[in-house]
Design a protein around this ligand. Structure first.
Ligand SMILES: [Zn+2]
Length: 433
């Protein structure tokens, strides 16, 4: 089995509805902005478009044209003749509440909600300044990520935020200190209902132990297959997807059997190493379960890999490569916040990890934009530069298909059409009505 080389196709019907038809002639009075650049990566195509013209109306992309595309009368033109445009990045797994220190759990315990909320917003802004225009928070305390999400929705200059609230875990289990411990089918279903009522976007369950919780073993399950089934059933009943943190090989198999929508980490750990059965890998691929690949490390912090990961690293990379080769849906997420190697803007160091799994450059950028947006439930308006999508646009110096490090030569960032880092020579940036 092999995937289509070099493409990152969108599923049928994933495009936005009702927005493509915005006619250029409808818009006057300086509300239109045109970005012209040397090249464009649109989030799905395996090749760059040369000399694109991107028309932005308010916070939305109104049209994308090739060389010498029409410029609507009266439009504000931003010329970026040496730069490449691409969609804003999507980090499908981070934790705004962890401070990327050597003791994020201790610091969290010492921080009250009001201060924490401000720090979480600043963490989100740090990601945004590095070109991450959408983030999915997969574990907070007290539903505070939903508060930051609300600030973003109310117009704060923040990334778009998708949030799980406190992850569901076992009593004393991985990240129990975030407040999401429950056990038994009745309590687990109630925990899902509480999250649905609070307005989360996704249910996160800690199916196995994890590396940052004392007393928790990553290679051991925390929940039975039956408990996972109850969580998935209750979540789907409320229209919510479930993604399961799972290092343990057995937990991964149980989560797949339970019908989860995503698996985070997916390291297939056993007590002695790594064991990724072919049947489970094939099921992950055929069920189109999103595999949250934990990627990106600050290279200045290279010495801080946890020993239980370091000893398994070669086998972990081999398992990820097999997932890729089987056609599984790989979705990058940084797990930012959990350690000094994981600051909230670390996603820009992720491409090399995806290359090690076998992805070619076009697949890497698809995964980090349109595919991650789909995994976050925002595939209809994030992760692509196309008519009707949000104007989350980066301008980078270089060809990302030839040089993965070009993402770290960021020259402009726009979020919903608003300048986070204005384009060179264009202090006004894209105007918003
Ligand atoms: Zn995490």
């Amino acid at each position: 089995m092999s995937r289509d080389p070099g493409t990152c196709r969108e599923p049928a019907g994933s495009g936005p509805r009702g927005l493509q038809a915005m006619p250029l002639h409808d818009v006057h009075t300086g509300r239109l902005t045109v970005l012209r650049a040397a090249a464009l990566f649109d989030g799905v195509s395996p090749a760059l478009m040369a000399e694109p013209t991107v028309v932005v109306a308010g916070g939305t992309i109104a049209a994308v044209h090739g060389p010498a595309g029409p410029v609507p009368a009266g439009a504000h033109v931003v010329d970026l003749p040496r730069l490449t445009l691409m969609p804003g990045l999507v980090d499908a797994h981070l934790h705004l509440c962890f401070d990327a220190s050597s003791d994020p759990v201790g610091h969290l315990a010492d921080t009250g909600d009001d201060v924490l909320r401000e720090r979480m917003a600043e963490a989100a802004r740090r990601a945004l300044r590095a070109g991450v225009t959408t983030v999915r928070d997969l574990g907070d305390r007290g539903y505070l990520a939903l508060d930051v999400r609300d600030q973003s929705r109310a117009g704060g200059l923040l990334p778009a935020i998708v949030a799980a609230g406190p992850p569901i875990t076992s009593p004393g289990g991985h990240c129990h200190f975030l407040g999401g411990a429950a056990s038994g089918e009745r309590a687990l279903r109630a925990a899902v209902r509480e999250r649905a009522e609070r307005g989360v976007d996704v249910i996160k369950v800690m199916a196995s132990g994890g590396n940052m919780t004392p007393g928790s073993l990553a290679h051991e399950p925390q929940f039975s297959a039956g408990s996972l089934r109850a969580i998935v059933d209750e979540a789907h009943r409320h229209g919510l997807p479930v993604t399961a943190h799972a290092h343990s090989a057995r937990s991964i198999a149980d989560a797949v059997a339970a019908g989860v929508d995503g698996i985070e980490h997916a390291t297939f750990m056993t007590a002695g190493g790594v064991d990724a059965p072919g049947a489970v890998i094939r099921a992950i691929a055929s069920q189109r379960i999103a595999v949250g690949c934990t990627v990106g490390r600050d290279p200045g912090q290279a010495g801080t890999v946890m020993p239980q990961i370091a000893s398994r690293m070669a086998a972990l990379i081999a398992a990820r490569r097999r997932l890729y080769e089987s056609g599984a849906v790989l979705v990058p997420g940084s797990d930012a916040g959990v350690s000094p190697a994981k600051p909230h803007d670390v996603l820009r160091f992720a491409p090399g990890d995806l290359a090690a799994a076998g992805l070619n450059p076009a697949e890497i950028w698809c995964a980090m934009t349109s595919r991650a947006a789909q995994a976050c439930g925002l595939g209809h308006r994030k992760g692509r530069i196309a008519a009707g999508f949000d104007a989350d646009v980066l301008a980078i110096d270089g060809n990302p298909l030839k040089d993965l490090a070009a993402i770290r030569r960021l020259r402009a960032v726009y979020a919903g059409g608003r300048p986070v880092i204005p384009a060179p020579g264009s202090p006004a940036g894209i105007e918003v009505p």
